[in-house]
Design a protein around this ligand. Structure first.
Ligand SMILES: NC(=O)C1=CN([C@@H]2O[C@H](COP(=O)(O)OP(=O)(O)OC[C@H]3O[C@@H](n4cnc5c(N)ncnc54)[C@H](O)[C@@H]3O)[C@@H](O)[C@H]2O)C=CC1
Ligand SMILES: O=C([O-])CC(=O)C(=O)O
Length: 251
């Protein structure tokens, strides 16, 4: 499967290296489009040599190119999940995917536990789900220290478009972006990005604490790259699990 990259910064640039080194099973390098590429030629470049496009360029790029990529019949992996806080964008991607016979997906990115939570909320759609994020003030782009935001996942995406993608991802995977609560704290001493997910559901209480190293620029959790790698390997395997199970493990 040929993988084209929209955005060649922290995530896209690292993916480009991994693809070139053959570290993404079933995938090879397609096109790579950075911010200086002529806007009118972006979609053709991405789709001309890619079976799947990884968007790692920001919400504006999702809005500008996401639907066109899908309508051209290419699968799309969306890193900038915050763009989906706009319901119109979400609906546009769905419609384009249908028209183009393509698939789009949001990888878990910098968080995890979504499989379990998505299962649990089927027992009780009214579950309480909260995400607490701790980053440095620099990573958040705020001058303050302490709690700098409390609200819904949709509101978090508006307030922190570059750092609240996980809030929207959690909302989409569980009770919705208007029901998942988000608290963001700025801590100058934070050496890692901390995301803590708590959920009270009809079938149990869950707590996931994620302590992520960041990419060198200091904002994006490094695990996000590997989450995209896993999403690509699953797309490449077309439904066959790319995870090799130990002999005797349930399949
Ligand atoms: N889903 C998740 O868990 C996470 C998502 N993200 C999001 O993923 C995206 C990428 O993150 P990073 O690589 O860390 O950001 P980055 O800022 O390091 O790289 C983004 C790159 O995209 C380029 N770009 C911007 N607009 C473009 C356009 N129209 N066409 C082509 N290139 C364009 C920029 O010049 C930059 O090189 C961001 O939106 C970020 O907020 C980041 C962390 C976690
Ligand atoms: O990288 C992270 O830890 C999360 C992040 O920035 C985002 O959700 O946008």
């Amino acid at each position: 499967m040929r993988v084209s990259l929209l955005g060649t910064g922290g995530i896209g640039g690292t993916l480009r290296e991994l693809l070139a080194a053959g570290r993404v099973a079933g995938c090879v390098t397609g096109a790579a489009v950075g911010s200086r590429f002529p806007a009118g030629a972006v979609v053709e470049e991405l789709t001309g040599s890619g079976d799947v496009v990884v968007e790692a360029a920001g919400g504006a790029a999702v809005r500008a190119y996401g639907a066109q990529v899908l309508a051209a019949g290419r699968d799309l992996v969306v890193c900038s999940a915050g763009a989906l806080a706009d319901d119109a964008v979400h609906a546009e991607l769905d419609a384009a995917a249908l028209a183009g016979g393509a698939r789009w997906t949001v990888p878990p990115g910098a968080i995890g536990g979504l499989d379990l939570l998505a299962a649990a909320i089927r027992a009780d759609g009214a579950a309480d789900v909260t995400l607490t994020t701790v980053k440095t003030p620099g990573a958040l782009g705020v001058p303050d220290v302490g709690v700098v935001f409390a609200g819904t996942a949709r509101e978090a995406a508006l307030r922190f478009p570059k750092t609240a993608n996980v809030a929207v991802t959690l909302g989409l995977a569980t009770t919705g972006i208007d029901r998942v609560r988000v608290v963001v704290t700025a801590d100058p001493a934070a050496r890692r990005t901390r995301h803590e997910i708590t959920a009270r559901t009809a079938v149990g209480e869950y707590r996931f604490a994620l302590l992520n190293d960041t990419l060198p620029a200091g904002r994006t959790s490094a695990i996000t790259v590997w989450s995209v790698v896993r999403a690509l390997e699953e797309l490449a395997a077309r439904g066959r699990t790319p995870i090799s199970l130990k002999k005797g493990a349930p399949s």
